[in-house]
Design a protein around this ligand. Structure first.
Ligand code: ADE
Length: 423
């Protein structure tokens, strides 16, 4: 770890100005968060509360951390993925904005975990997670450190699944709000954010033309829906693979071909996993893929493509560029893996655009404010974002976009409340 005068562990302090500029640029597309920041500055709802964040270190996250500081909180940040950190942002946060940041792009797993431990040394009262690694650490190796924690938030589908499993076992130690489940989060971030940023990552890594290619999307949750939609929009022929009959049906009626992965495998030019599960692309499908197929993952963890098996059945491996590695199989076929099988949108591109993160992080900021105020009334469990927060964010976003909508007349309101009027 670095031992410099600033607090944090970052790659290169000289990147500070680049970081500041990019944080300012992102803030222009985050009007809802800015509005919340202005109110926080005068009300200080998080005064002197220690908040530890484990999030992707991006220009959008920086705007969230600055907003929490404006609310009076004492904040620290660690990366939520070894490959997603933007080093210029980490430098700006640590050196300019007083947010000690422990994150270095490409850090090894040991350093990643040391950085997470730094969040616990800080004795947080609130935790903010993306993928639940911080909460998992608190509940496995360091349970005694949870003594000061009164509540938390979780950003993503994968993390919410882990937390519900922990709560179902009866072992969750404090209440956590599932930010992911707010409508103003997953309708937009998961769908349009992942849809766009995943293709951005694939295109930046490979510069391939999508038109005319067969794109196999594994998983038709909100992220998969967005990816399939945007892939189709760029001219790809999209095949969806699913395990849920309901989602498979949705994909069919949205106009996509649905196949089991083994039937899709021979057709795919590009495969993208967005399921949140493990080994979605595995030995059997590797054996059926055509030479030159491109494999990427946009789920939170790097476990969706079985890389250990791919490694075992490969005779050689070549690094083609920073984000492309070619695996050469015994029969001579080449399979190309992007961004080490880690989330391609943050590994090979800059993550979701600020405009959607505006709503996701407005949910984070308002949920932390709510948790700071209400935690004494909440049992250790996983909670929804209050509807009032979700509705407020939708209104603020529309407002910032200059879009007006209609409202119900009194007659219409009464009609909706009554059962007597019919045929
Ligand atoms: N997750 C996906 N995109 C992101 C971004 N731009 N910042 C933080 N977390 C993200």
């Amino acid at each position: 770890m670095n031992s410099n005068s600033y607090k944090g562990d970052i790659k290169d302090p000289s990147l500070i100005n680049e970081g500041i500029q990019r944080i300012n640029w992102a803030s222009r597309e985050m009007p809802v968060l800015q509005k919340i920041r202005t109110r926080f500055q005068s009300e200080l709802p998080l005064r002197d509360i220690r908040i530890a964040g484990c999030l992707h270190v991006t220009s959008e996250t920086a705007n969230l951390m600055i907003t929490l500081k404006a609310a009076g909180a004492d904040v620290q940040l660690a990366a939520s993925n070894p490959l997603s950190t933007q080093d210029d942002i980490a430098a700006a946060l640590s050196l300019e904005y007083g947010v000690p940041t422990y994150a270095i792009r490409g850090e090894d797993n040991d350093t990643y975990h040391q950085h997470l431990e730094k969040m616990l040394d800080f004795k947080p009262q609130l935790t903010m997670d993306d993928g639940a690694d911080l909460v998992a650490l608190l509940h496995s190796k360091k349970p005694s450190e949870s003594i000061n924690v009164v509540g938390g938030t979780e950003e993503t589908t994968t993390g919410v699944i882990r937390l519900r499993a922990l709560a179902n076992e009866g072992n969750l130690r404090y209440p956590i709000i599932a930010v992911n489940d707010a409508n103003t989060k997953h309708f937009f971030d998961n769908r349009y954010g992942t849809g766009q940023s995943t293709l951005d990552g694939i295109i930046r890594a490979t510069n391939i033309l999508l038109a005319g290619k067969t794109l196999v999307v594994s998983g038709y949750g909100w992220c998969g829906k967005g990816l399939a939609l945007r892939g189709k929009g760029m001219g790809a022929r999209v095949i969806v693979t699913e395990v849920s009959p309901l989602r498979a049906l949705e994909a069919v009626m949205d106009g996509f071909q649905v196949l089991p992965i083994k039937e899709a495998a021979p057709y795919g030019d590009i495969f993208v996993t967005v399921t949140g599960d493990i080994n979605v692309l595995d030995y059997d499908s590797f054996q059926l893929m055509k030479s030159g197929a491109i494999l990427a993952n946009s789920g939170h963890f790097d476990s969706e493509i079985n890389l250990p098996i791919l490694n075992d059945i490969s005779e050689a491996k070549n690094k083609l560029s920073d984000f492309m590695e070619e695996y050469i199989l015994a029969d001579g076929r080449q399979l190309i893996v992007l961004a080490e099988g880690r989330l391609v949108n943050l590994g090979a591109a800059a993550g979701h655009p600020a405009s959607v993160m505006d709503m996701s992080f407005a949910n984070q900021a308002l949920s932390l404010e709510y948790m700071a105020r209400e935690h004494k009334k909440l049992e250790p469990n996983v909670y929804e974002v209050p509807t009032s927060i979700d509705d407020e964010i939708a209104k603020l976003k529309l407002n910032a976009m200059g879009i007006n909508i209609d409202s119900l007349t009194e007659e219409q309101e009464n009609y909706l409340k009554s059962w007597t009027l019919g045929t």
